[in-house]
Design a protein around this ligand. Structure first.
Ligand SMILES: [Zn+2]
Ligand SMILES: [Zn+2]
Length: 166
């Protein structure tokens, strides 16, 4: 949790702004783990809310879909979103200040992280994955299973060929 005090903006005129420099170490934001968050977040009072503009560099710990190892993924989060001043629900507004004027930007940053990371992250383009028989990480060690490894993308073809032969 990272609490920023935006209370000076509550009674401010449109156009007034507050800027925060972010230089945070490792954070666990729900299911997302990052090594750092560095950048700036600017809050501008607009009619009916506060415009958040953020540029934040981060390194996310992402799990490879093939070998299931965690690897670092660097990305820049660019955010432009209007947040509400009061907790009264309003269409199109997902985030708002607390009644005392505090705002935690981490959920907003997490949402952008989920947008930025690939749908099927790979630790490297040619990741060899894990052996389905013994679970060995084939990037690190040759597996001792007697069976020939079939490229997962070709597996349906191999089954087809086996069936024809058998
Ligand atoms: Zn991998
Ligand atoms: Zn194996």
């Amino acid at each position: 949790m990272l609490q920023l005090n935006l209370s000076p903006l509550i009674g401010a005129r449109p156009g007034e702004r507050l800027t925060f420099i972010l230089d945070e170490g490792p954070q666990q934001i729900e299911d997302v783990s990052v090594d750092f968050l560095r950048g700036s977040i600017q809050f501008t009072r607009v009619h009916g809310g506060i415009l958040v503009e953020a540029w934040v560099d981060t390194r996310v710990n992402v799990e490879c879909v093939r070998c299931l190892e965690t690897f670092p993924y660097e990305t820049t989060l660019e955010i432009e979103e209007v947040i509400g001043i009061s907790s009264k629900p309003r269409p199109g507004i997902s985030y708002h200040l607390t009644d005392e004027g505090w705002f935690d930007p981490l959920p907003l940053l997490r949402e952008q992280i989920l947008v930025n990371i690939p749908m099927k992250p790979l630790c490297r383009p040619d990741c060899r994955g894990i052996c389905p028989e013994c679970g060995a990480n084939l990037n690190l060690e040759p597996c001792l299973c007697p069976v020939e490894h079939v490229d997962p993308r070709l597996a349906p073809l191999a089954q087809l060929l086996n069936r024809k032969v058998g």
